[in-house]
Design a protein around this ligand. Structure first.
Ligand code: GAF
Length: 393
């Protein structure tokens, strides 16, 4: 059972620093930064519909250490074990006449995109090592944490105006243009703006955020990795996004945020059955998320848990982004007394579930899920943590 704590990030930083010294001539790196992954408590596939999301930043994250150079070249080494691609990449810092483009290796595209869309400049060259303990393809935002770590590193090399919203949006743009993934804003926002001891309610229409305390010692957030890898740049995510846009258009609205359930029911005949179900998920999920933030504030965990399960069922039946393994994990968790609620988290098609439970029920829940799950599950306990930071080595 993995139990990530701040100490693990320190170990990751130390290992990245050591790798940097070995790879780049012996000197210690001058800059070190980190950016967290996230788990979304509720509000799935609502961000690109201008709705609400309620994620929290994890103690799992991506670190980047490095130093500026004088030769205008950017050289990055990844510590990722599983990259079946070259672990080192080198390219000139972008200029107006020679912008960066996506290419090989693929892991570097997230970083290249951020470098290209960085809001201040011109950037100098630099050498850097990147390392992460966010499981790749696990639905915990390994990509956003890489983007936000990269942006935070660049802020140390060449400061921008410090605008947090603009930072998150630049990282989102990097993912759209360099990784081909038309994501919403949730993952980059929480990686930038996470706060220790809090979940963050994000209104994806106004871009306003509200901290929701999550410090009750009697409560545990358990993340269970199905170890089914998801890939979101496939056709499913963009298709869902298009279907939502189609539904909003047919109803004469700018987004599904503007549509209530009664309006959807009244206009059902305008939509094909699948598009109707997609819209029903989104509209219901936006309502559930607003309510969930209120009940969490009031420490009404039973209602929060019920909303989590409703969210999962809707993602499974109407939005069709779950998979048998995630359904199994949720069903197993819900059999344990002391569990308030459980649901798939992130884009879906694999990855993780998130479960809210009484602290005293933790051992029992892990044991039961292990016994019931047909695959091999990995467990993480994590407290809500801060967003991206400059670190000391
Ligand atoms: C992925 C996306 F990157 C997010 O923007 C969000 O849409 C999520 O899937 C689903 O809620 O993580």
């Amino acid at each position: 059972m993995a139990e990530p704590r701040e100490a693990e990030l320190c170990l990751l930083l130390a290992a990245a620093g050591e790798m940097y010294r070995e790879a780049f001539g012996g000197a210690a790196p001058e800059i070190a930064v980190s950016a967290p992954g996230r788990v979304n408590l509720i509000g799935e596939h609502t961000d690109y519909n201008q709705g609400y999301v309620l994620p929290m930043a994890l103690q799992l994250g991506t670190v980047l250490v490095g130093s500026p150079t004088q030769d205008g070249m950017i050289s990055i080494l990844t510590a990722a074990e599983e990259a079946d691609e070259p672990k080192r990449v080198q390219f000139p810092a972008p200029t107006e006449s020679s912008p960066l483009r996506a290419g090989e290796p693929r892991w570097a595209n997230y970083m290249k995109g951020v470098i290209q869309h960085y809001r201040a400049g011109p950037l100098p060259g630099f050498n850097a090592v990147v390392a992460s303990n966010v499981p790749l393809g696990g639905g915990l935002s390994s990509s956003a944490s890489l983007e936000v770590a990269t942006y935070t590193f660049l802020q140390q090399l060449c400061p921008d105006d410090g605008d947090l919203v603009a930072k998150a949006l630049a990282c989102q743009k990097a993912e759209h243009t360099f990784a081909g993934m038309p994501c919403g804003i949730m993952d980059q926002f929480i990686s930038v703006m996470g706060k220790e001891g809090h979940a963050l309610l994000i209104d994806c229409r106004s871009l306003e955020t509200q901290l929701v305390p999550l410090t009750d010692p009697g409560l545990v957030v358990l993340i269970t990795n199905s170890n089914v890898r998801h890939t979101l740049t496939g056709s499913e995510y963009p298709t869902r996004r298009r279907q939502c846009e189609e539904a909003a258009r047919a109803l004469g609205k700018a987004s599904l945020r503007e549509v209530c359930m009664a309006d959807l029911e009244a206009a059902k005949a305008l939509l094909n059955e699948e598009v109707y179900r997609r819209a029903r998920h989104v509209i219901g999920e936006i309502e559930r998320t607003a309510q969930a933030a209120c009940v969490l504030q009031a420490r009404d965990y039973s209602t929060f848990g019920r909303l989590m399960v409703e969210s999962h069922n809707s993602l499974r039946d109407d939005y069709e982004v779950s998979c048998p393994e995630l359904d199994e994990l949720v069903a197993a968790a819900m059999e344990v007394s002391g569990v308030y609620g459980s649901r798939m988290t992130g884009g879906g098609f694999g990855g993780c579930t998130v479960t809210l439970l009484e602290a005293g029920a933790t051992e029992k829940a892990v044991q039961h899920i292990k016994e019931k799950y047909s695959g091999r599950a990995t467990f993480y306990f994590t407290k809500p943590s801060d967003g991206a930071k400059v670190q000391r080595l």
